[in-house]
Ligand binder design. Structure first.
Ligand SMILES: NC(=O)c1ccc[n+]([C@@H]2O[C@H](COP(=O)([O-])OP(=O)(O)OC[C@H]3O[C@@H](n4cnc5c(N)ncnc54)[C@H](OP(=O)(O)O)[C@@H]3O)[C@@H](O)[C@H]2O)c1
Length: 272
């Protein structure tokens, strides 16, 4: 299945769909997930320093013998590695762990108040050196992004935030669209915590699709990048089979009404 690509503000392209890797802790699990993802057309893999699996992903990539240029690899600088020098050092460690000489996308994991500016300057340096093709942020609210206009030479290409049917963040989507920042929707299945909504089930039966496929397609219709996680081959396959149908306007409206500000991960809205 061919996955659409989205153009970033730096001219690079990002696949609209990928595999999240949070909580996948062993090489064996990563290997199974990676291989079945590749078999089903995934090319984007979302890791992070804190996930502790960069090295396993690097090994799975190497063993697959896939041409590195066919993959889109993301990792994130964790909050304990914030600060200019520490970020640069930890970035080099991530490259070593992943056994690669560049990343497609490197993100600041969270808007750490006193250190986010300095750490962004490190990412700009990494981008300029060519060791990351694109740079971005994660868990940034409109306020954190507006603040960047005062110090950033490079506007983030991506803002990775929690976004799903039950946490729709329409203002943030509008802001990012206007400012040419692509939103990557993390926990697009609400971390598996809201799998029994009646409306989602009804829409799923109408299209002959599954509950999770409706949750994911809803985000694709909004033009977002979507990165569900699973370690089960049959679910990895199911989740990506959403590019052969469209939700009509009426169903998009029905689903839009399900927003209930449900956060399943960290809440950056109160971070000064
Ligand atoms: N930047 C950040 O701060 C941040 C925060 C959170 C997440 N993320 C990224 O976003 C990715 C996705 O988010 P997430 O892992 O929190 O949660 P998610 O993708 O919303 O949901 C994952 C959960 O749903 C289950 N699942 C997956 N496909 C399913 C299916 N077809 N049917 C039924 N259950 C299914 C998974 O179980 P199984 O694995 O057992 O199948 C798992 O329990 C992460 O892995 C990570 O890469 C980033």
């Amino acid at each position: 299945m061919k996955i659409p690509e989205i153009k970033l503000n730096d001219g690079n392209k990002i696949p609209q769909f990928g595999l999240g890797l949070w909580k996948i802790k062993t090489y064996e699990e990563i290997k199974v997930a990676f291989d079945s993802a590749i078999e089903n057309g995934y090319t984007l893999f979302d890791s992070a320093q804190i996930y502790g699996n960069e090295e396993f992903l690097g090994r799975a990539i190497k063993e697959s013998k896939i041409d590195r240029s066919k993959l889109f690899i993301t990792t994130k600088i964790f909050i304990s590695n914030f600060g200019y020098k520490k970020a640069l050092k930890s970035f080099d460690e991530s490259l070593r762990n992943l056994d690669t000489d560049y990343l497609d996308l490197i993100l600041l994991h969270f808007p750490v108040t006193l250190l986010r500016k300095k750490t962004w300057l490190a990412l700009e340096e990494i981008k300029e050196s060519g060791r990351a093709k694109s740079i971005g942020v994660s868990n940034y609210t409109i306020r954190h992004l507006e603040e960047m206009k005062k110090y950033a030479k490079i506007i983030p290409a991506v803002n990775q935030v929690e976004l799903h049917v039950f946490l729709q963040q329409p203002e943030l989507i509008k802001y990012c669209l206007e400012n040419n920042i692509i939103i990557e929707a993390y926990s697009p299945l609400a971390h598996g915590k809201a799998m029994n909504d009646k409306t989602v089930s009804e829409v799923a039966s109408k299209y002959g699709k599954t509950y999770t496929q409706i949750m994911l397609r809803f985000l694709v219709e909004k033009g977002l990048v979507v990165i569900p996680k699973s370690t089960h081959p049959e679910r990895i396959k199911e989740n990506i089979e959403i590019f052969d149908f469209k939700l009509d306007e009426e169903d998009m409206k029905k689903l839009s009404k399900l927003d209930k500000n449900l956060r399943t991960c960290w809440d950056p809205t109160l971070v000064p």
